[in-house]
Design a protein around this ligand. Structure first.
Ligand SMILES: [Zn+2]
Length: 197
């Protein structure tokens, strides 16, 4: 596959697109009879190939049938090294700031939204390639939990509240504990949902 990508260590490109890619691919590969794949379909195919490649290079080798949710999480963590999203560590002065005034040395990771979309595509690809939905590792509960943790962690680190729409905004009532959610007094990095057990 991938002619020309040659020497070993090319980073894979999972949904690495944090913005819509402007240069549309597909000028070339039109020789196959069918209509050109949609952007989603071709991305899904690339993601699937990336994952298969990952399994192949896995030590010890891993087959798709033995792949579990834990392996999927391992894959997502592996992808972080190719990420482009700054996620501040708790000790960073810009922790919780959406727009830091200066660069810092915090690691770059895959944005939660990218991972979430990636999992959705791989989950579909798995079943399109003959996998049974009952054993779909991408639908595993552990994966869902991991993604939720990533979302909450990145939300705090980057000062972004993801998925606000799901949650009914509660009016801060007078007697409501110590959580002054909207206060922006700079403490605690905002309560994104708190610890919902
Ligand atoms: Zn930082």
């Amino acid at each position: 596959m991938e002619p020309g990508s040659g020497s070993g260590t090319d980073p894979p490109d999972p949904g690495a697109s944090e913005g819509p890619p402007t240069a549309a691919a597909g000028a070339g590969e039109g020789s196959s009879s069918a209509a050109p794949l949609s952007r989603y379909e071709s991305q899904k195919r690339r993601d699937w190939n990336t994952f298969l490649q990952y399994l192949k290079n896995h030590k010890p080798p891993l087959s798709l049938t033995r792949c579990s949710g834990a392996h999927v999480i391992e894959f997502l963590k592996y992808l972080d090294q190719f990420g482009k999203t700054k996620v501040h560590v708790t000790g960073c002065a810009y922790f919780g700031q959406p727009n830091p005034p200066e660069p810092c040395g915090c690691p770059l990771k895959q944005a939660w939204g990218s991972l979430d979309a990636l999992i959705g595509r791989l989950r579909a690809a798995y079943e399109e390639n003959g996998g049974r939905s009952e054993s779909n590792p991408f639908g595993d509960k552990a994966v869902r939990i991991y993604l939720r943790e990533v979302r909450e962690g990145q939300g705090k680190a980057r000062g972004i509240a993801y998925g606000k729409k799901k949650r009914k905004r509660r009016r801060p009532a007078a007697g409501e504990g110590s959580s002054r959610g909207e206060g922006s007094t700079g403490e605690g990095g905002g309560s994104v949902g708190g610890a919902t057990a």
